[in-house]
Design a protein around this ligand. Structure first.
Ligand code: BG6
Length: 508
């Protein structure tokens, strides 16, 4: 599998999306500069952005209004693999309109409506509009209400589609997530809501379904008869950077597990959907989350590890501990690492543990899912020099070096009977030409074309919050996270979590 199987590496192609105006709230913020605009530029480069396209940047500060288009394009350019050309800059500047105002004021939405009308007329963008909420989360509900009151979400009146893309975090707990879902549902239908999870936009994550369901050899063994356990690791070498204010309120469980890791779990464990229809796929993802065995307090104490990093060395540099980071409370008990053992209680997975772990300031950045198969019977090797047989492990590497590796035992050449684990490897880079990506291209393209498959539905945000609430409740009543050294693979407790079951974490 290490060389391209079909001639030259393949370059993906997409048809241009429908004409639309993209309305970005929080457009002077980091996300727009680092991800959204670069993603739109990449989409245009690959021919996936319609020529009849315009962008309205909604910002709060009047003083940035005049030069904003140029300024955010310059910033966006630094996040592109190849900087903007003059032609591209002109193309985008000509299509960016700026609306300045306060999202709590109705006049802002009247201004947006006017600007929309102007851009529709001047750029032939048709009547479709996408509203992207890249603002602090407390503004999501007020913006939805403002758009609703101004009838900007009324598709019949507009004569085109009206979609709202909601960034994370989607709620702080079950109650706030429900309140947000209610606020959105009050002014639009579920079909108009795109709750983003950038992990679902990652190629390997999307490939999980294809890998499982477009090949016939995996499904028959993808169950409790053959699978011993599953590990999901999302390790980051970086710390919290400048996001201390947000992170100290959130912690790893809310920031990573409730959304990203649960989606990796859902795609790994789900049943085959009856079609690629968005709801058929989302129904199956939901069922996995619903099957997570609810945690009791003793289970939280036994099966969940919460930890916080102390100073250490990462990538050959000394780094401070979490409590020394900017905007972190002096005695903060926020976890920067979580490891847990989950049970998915359904016919396919009963009795198969799923071990999840994620953390900041770990030894290196790596995200992977590994499926560990049961050990084969040993008796045939009893009278040989072979002492143990290794389990087959299928590793789906989400990042970096995206690909899939299957570890099997093979005989070492020679007269002695000696075994060694070898790898069958598929690497994305070798098979495909991957277009430059910020990770948002597919998600934006899907929102522009009306495909909700890679977005959370209201019921799945609800169920995933339900699954983590017992843990948050148990932690809220006291105790402190255990410590781990920055640059390590997490605290000893996380290793013990598996050792107790006679297993070990795979060293990526
Ligand atoms: C974000 C989290 O959703 O995902 C961050 O808020 C985290 O804390 C990031 O660093 C990780 O994303 P990626 O794509 O770099 O693995």
């Amino acid at each position: 599998m290490s060389t391209p199987t079909s001639g030259a590496p393949r370059r993906p192609v997409s048809a241009p999306a429908d004409p639309a105006v993209f309305v970005g709230f929080g457009a002077s913020g980091d996300l727009t500069r680092r991800k959204l605009l670069p993603a739109l530029v990449n989409l245009r480069r690959s021919g996936a952005l319609p020529t009849t396209f315009a962008f309205i940047a909604v910002v709060r500060q009047a003083d940035v209004g005049g030069t904003l288009a140029d300024e955010i394009l310059t910033a966006a350019s630094t996040h592109l693999e190849t900087p903007l050309t003059d032609e591209e800059r002109q193309w985008f500047v000509g299509r960016i309109g700026v609306v300045v105002g306060d999202v709590e004021q109705p006049s802002l939405y009247a201004d947006i409506a006017t600007r929309l009308g102007e851009l529709q007329a001047s750029h032939g963008t048709g009547r479709n509009a996408l509203f992207y909420l890249a603002t602090p989360p407390q503004l999501f509900a007020p913006i939805a209400a403002g758009l609703g009151a101004a009838r900007l979400l009324d598709e019949e009146a507009a004569g085109g589609c009206r979609r709202v893309i909601v960034e994370k975090p989607f709620g702080h707990d079950l109650e706030s997530a429900r309140a947000l879902n209610r606020a959105l549902a009050a002014v639009m239908t579920e079909r108009q809501i795109y709750r983003i999870d950038h992990y679902l936009g990652k190629e390997t994550v999307q490939n999980l379904m294809i890998f499982r369901f477009a090949n016939s050899i995996f499904e028959p063994i993808w169950n409790r008869r053959y699978v011993d356990h599953v590990q999901i690791t999302v390790a980051e070498a970086d710390g919290i950077g400048t996001r201390g204010g947000y992170y100290d309120e959130a912690g790893a469980l809310r920031d990573m597990v409730q959304n990203h890791l649960f989606m990796l779990l859902a795609l790994t464990a789900m049943e085959p959907p009856i079609s690629f229809d968005a709801d058929a796929v989302r129904d199956e993802r939901l069922k996995v989350l619903q099957a997570i065995m609810p945690m009791t307090r003793p289970m939280v104490e036994r099966d969940v590890v919460r930890a916080q990093y102390v100073a250490g060395r990462v990538k050959d540099a000394d780094v401070p501990g979490y409590l020394q980071e900017d905007k972190v409370a002096a005695a903060s008990a926020t976890e920067t690492f979580v490891a847990m053992r989950l049970q998915v209680e359904n016919w396919r997975w009963a009795g198969v543990p799923f071990y999840l772990r994620t953390g900041k300031r770990l030894a290196r950045r790596v995200s992977e899912i590994s499926v560990h198969f049961r050990q084969p019977p040993f008796m045939m090797f009893r009278d040989t020099a072979v002492r143990t047989l290794n389990c087959n492990v299928l590793v789906i590497r989400v990042q970096p070096e995206e690909g899939i590796t299957f570890h099997v035992d093979a005989k070492v050449p020679g007269q002695a009977l000696e075994l060694q684990t070898v790898a069958m490897d598929f690497k994305y880079d070798e098979e495909f030409v991957q277009p430059p990506s910020t990770g948002y291209e597919t998600l934006l393209y899907d929102a522009l074309t009306g495909d909700q498959t890679l977005f959370h539905r209201a019921d799945s945000t609800d169920v995933s919050w339900q699954a983590v609430m017992p843990i948050l409740d148990a932690w809220a009543t006291g105790g402190r996270p255990v410590c781990y050294e920055a640059g390590s693979w997490g605290p000893e407790d996380a290793h013990e979590l598996l050792e107790r079951d006679g297993r070990t974490w795979r060293r990526p």
